[in-house]
Design a protein around this ligand. Structure first.
Ligand SMILES: Cc1c2[nH]c(c1CCC(=O)O)Cc1[nH]c(c(CCC(=O)O)c1C)Cc1[nH]c(c(CCC(=O)O)c1C)Cc1[nH]c(c(C)c1CCC(=O)O)C2
Length: 355
């Protein structure tokens, strides 16, 4: 376990004093820190080159390749944080769930989880199951210097959605059917996923990740009362499980305008906001004591440089009164984006917010 991340609490280091971690802790920053969800990936020619012929899940299990792909956007865009290259289904694959990531589709699960007997697929995760994560993070922290590394995991609801549907889904119909018709099985499934997710995040923090993001990408499909009753206990369990490490915990979902307060309450230090709610309004919904992350509409990156700057200015203006702000897109980088536009955006935010 690295000295930086002992349960006794983080020690002051150059990484600890980075703009990204300061913003997460709601401390004054030299400039607004920037990173992008899905910053590593198909928008970068250097990514396409090193991934050539290697299936997605296999690439997540090769430490040198993971380190290289994670570093690519840091070198190119000068973002303020790296995000560990992996996928939300990696811990499920690691415990033996029969699944694959199909290009252009996403995660596909061979035997969807729909009955109590299906829960047997979900055994505990051990650090040995994901040895490559520990090894890759070791390589990364050595290379990254003071740039913090963000670890991540899928949140119980979003993982459950893939497991129950068997693949990507628009309406989450099997998932919601299970949640409403068998609340006990649903609660047991989410609790199981919370355990696996907690253990997966602990591996990443103990290897050297200085922050974690819990992706609940699809939870915006739920009404607040259902979120509170059927999802929040499992997400809270994950945040509680890693609280003692003292690293910032970020929580993000898409279409979560009505859930922002509850997602903060679940135990996040930083609440991620998509592009649908301006950050000043998001801050009112989340309440005091939390930093916010976001929230430029990713599609803006397809517009002219002037339009990108004008829309970015709107985000920065709405963020002016926040306790802490990490600049990001409202969702991930898309494969067809121009990487140069992303590099220019990082520089624009840095120069506009230099203090
Ligand atoms: C829902 C979700 C998934 N995976 C993830 C989420 C949550 C974030 C979000 O809301 O976008 C998380 C994820 N997946 C990936 C990362 C890498 C780190 C980063 O942000 O830079 C992260 C953080 C790599 C990836 N994960 C995936 C790719 C693309 C596959 C490839 O490059 O061959 C990458 C770079 C595959 C994947 N995996 C998933 C989808 C929907 C897809 C896209 C399928 C496709 O369009 O081909 C599931």
């Amino acid at each position: 376990m690295s000295a930086n991340h002992s349960p006794a609490g983080p020690q002051p280091t150059a990484t600890y004093e980075s703009a990204f971690l300061k913003a997460c802790r709601r401390e004054p920053v030299p400039h607004t820190p920037v990173w992008f969800m899905r910053q590593a990936g198909r928008s970068l020619p250097e990514y396409l080159k090193v991934r050539e012929g290697i299936p997605m899940l296999e690439s997540c299990m090769r430490p040198e390749l993971v380190a290289e792909i994670t570093l690519q956007p840091v070198r190119r865009h000068h973002v303020d944080a790296a995000i560990y290259f992996s996928d939300i289904v990696v811990p499920l694959k690691a415990i033996g769930v029969d699944l694959d990531i199909k290009p252009g589709v996403g995660p596909v699960v061979q035997n969807p989880v729909r009955s109590r007997a299906d829960l047997a697929q979900l055994r505990d995760l051990t650090p040995e199951d994901v040895w490559y994560v520990t090894e890759a993070i070791g390589l990364l922290t050595a290379e990254l210097g003071e740039t913090p590394l963000i670890g991540f995991a899928g949140a119980p609801f979003t993982l459950a959605s893939y497991l129950v549907e068997g693949g990507p889904s628009k309406n989450h119909e099997h998932t919601k059917a299970l949640m409403y018709s068998d609340p006990q099985l649903w609660a047991d499934l989410l609790d199981r996923l919370a355990e696996i997710t907690s253990d997966f995040l602990k591996v990443q923090i103990e290897a050297g990740a200085s922050a974690v993001q819990l992706f609940d990408s699809w939870v915006g499909a739920l009404a607040p009362a259902d979120y509170r009753r059927s999802v929040m206990p499992a997400s809270s369990k994950v945040f509680d499980a890693v609280a003692s490490y003292g690293v910032p915990r970020i929580h993000f979902g898409v279409g979560t305008g009505e859930l922002l307060g509850l997602m903060g309450e679940a135990g996040a230090d930083v609440v991620g906001v998509d592009w649908r709610v301006p950050l000043d309004e998001a801050a009112r919904r989340v309440g005091p004591g939390k930093a916010l992350q976001g929230n430029l509409d990713p599609a803006v990156l397809f517009a002219s440089t002037e339009a990108v700057e004008a829309k970015t200015r709107e985000v920065l203006d709405a963020a002016a009164g926040l306790e802490g702000h990490v600049f990001n897109l409202g969702h991930g980088v898309m494969p067809s984006m121009d990487p140069d536009a992303l590099s220019r955006l990082v520089e624009y935010v840095h120069t506009q917010t230099a203090r």
